[in-house]
Write a protein of this length. Structure first.
Length: 218
């Protein structure tokens, strides 16, 4: 039976969450919105439309949404040539591939952003497929991204593990019926990840790699 190791990317494999926070904060500021950085941080991991709705509410001027997303994209795009991978992100994916796991990415990124993230990870030889924002109608915390990743891997939920760094990841994985592993490298507290459905939590990819034999990915 195929085993799938499904990975979120931002904050899980690449150290980008705080870059997203800065870019979103500036996009909101330019549009005249004062949104605290801590609130933006807690919303990272949602797709752009959901993030804006979560932070500005349903009574916002929705005609601004496209401009806010475009501003965030332009601001964040300035970092594409220097996105930093988290420690041992590539070696972790290669180890799992060598152990017989089918490695699939499940991310809200797409297009040039996704290409930049994959360059940062530098482990394309270990990645079997990618479920991006372009492939699903609803992003996390809906289960569709994880379910699509399982379809790409050809694996049932009971033989899959989803690794992510936000409560949105954990909720999406739980709703998809897979075991969930959290990492702290995105800046979300351990207790929050456990409450959202993580079976185990590690500091970062390096810690998960070092602890692999005793993890849900054993």
């Amino acid at each position: 039976m195929t085993r799938a190791a499904v990975f979120d990317v931002d904050g899980t494999l690449v150290d980008t969450n705080h870059l997203h926070v800065t870019a979103w904060w500036e996009a909101f500021r330019q549009a005249g919105h004062r949104v605290p950085m801590h609130a933006v941080h807690r919303a990272v991991g949602l797709g752009s439309d959901d993030l804006i709705a979560h932070l500005l509410g349903d009574d916002r001027d929705k005609d601004e949404d496209a401009g806010l997303s475009a501003a965030h994209k332009a601001l964040y795009g300035q970092y594409f040539d220097r996105l930093p991978p988290l420690p041992d992100a590539g070696p972790l994916l290669r180890r799992l591939r060598d152990d017989g796991w089918t490695v699939v990415l499940a991310t809200s990124a797409s297009g040039g952003e996704l290409s930049a993230l994959r360059r940062a990870i530098d482990a394309d030889d270990a990645i079997a497929a990618t479920a991006s924002a372009d492939d699903v109608a609803q992003g996390k915390p809906a289960p569709e991204p994880v379910r699509h990743a399982l379809d790409l891997a050809g694996a049932p939920a009971e033989s899959a593990v989803f690794v992510g760094d936000t409560v949105w990841d954990m909720r999406a994985g739980r709703r998809a019926g897979v075991r969930c592993v959290g990492v702290l490298s995105g800046g979300i507290p351990r207790a929050d990840l456990l409450d959202a459905g993580a079976q185990a939590v590690y500091d970062d990819p390096a810690d998960l790699l070092a602890s692999l034999r005793a993890s849900p990915l054993a």
